[in-house]
Design a protein around this ligand. Sequence first.
Ligand code: 13P
Ligand code: SF4
Length: 334
Amino acid sequence: MIDLTEIQPRGIDRFETRPQLPPAKLDALSRDILALKKELNAVILAHNYQVAEIQDVADFVGDSLGLSQQAAKTSADVIVFCGVHFMAETAKILNPNKVVILPDKDAGCSLEESCPAEKLKVFQATNLNFYTIAYINCSAEVKALSDVICTSGNAVKIVKAAPQDRDLLFVPDENLGAWVMEQTGRPMTLWRGNCYVHVEWTHSSIMRIRNEFPGAPLVAHPECTKAVRMLADEVCSTEKMVSYCQRSSAKAIIIATEAGMLHRLQKECPGKQFIPAPTDNCRCNECRFMKMNTLEKLYDCMVNLAPRIELSKEVIQRGRLPIERMLEISARPD
Ligand code: 13P
Ligand code: SF4
């Protein structure tokens, strides 16, 4: 396990010191990015946790599953991936001959860090009957060691489709893994990793907000701990949060996931109020990795075609199969 104190800066500082661009600069930069996109025949893919101004210039905004599906079918020459490093790597594995760039190459993920490929290899060797299911939040090298990939949007379906005669090893998110076990009844060995943002919500912090807004349903991401998931009306991926909130007749909904999601929800569900679930000690609901990407860095990476994702042929070859297996299982009718 990584030392989370090393990667967890104080939430309040992080939340309040991110500089805002003046509106005229923001408009000019957005226009330049759209012009460059045409010139490069590029597609901009953005995760739901990206800052609002990036979401607003993207061709597609979605969850990890939707972004992988878009990456698998794009005809663009350049993929500009506004998300974290493992997401851009997935796009590169699916498009080895295309240029894949991301605004900040240091945009990592605490889940990815918790599962180094060498450690996984050693653990896999302890049981030759392991069938490794890797949550997409892991490095390309870990994907290359896995049998199948899943996202929060399809994890239940992927686990249900896993061979019955194999022992399931689920890496690297123990909370998502535990939730999937509850949903499927299938036992799994869980890697002890977690998302440093989603474990900040606690039973007491959620009870406080539920008491403040007694009529508001709570939607939580499966990376949250069981103590929080138990209090939720719906546990789902970020994309499924959009459809849940669109369908819900509630006027106010409490959201326990990264703060960028609120921009997407407000756009998709005008007229509804979204209440960010509070944590106990700070406003730690921003992922500092996701927030490393800015509109200026997005522009710069398109001008320079860098930072660029480069992976070895071997990792691309071995990583592709488990991702394609995931996309194929995901496309099966429910
Ligand atoms: P989603 O696939 O649900 O968008 O989740 C990605 C992620 O990083 C959650 O922290
Ligand atoms: Fe990783 Fe958590 Fe950030 Fe998602 S929110 S990218 S799981 S650290």
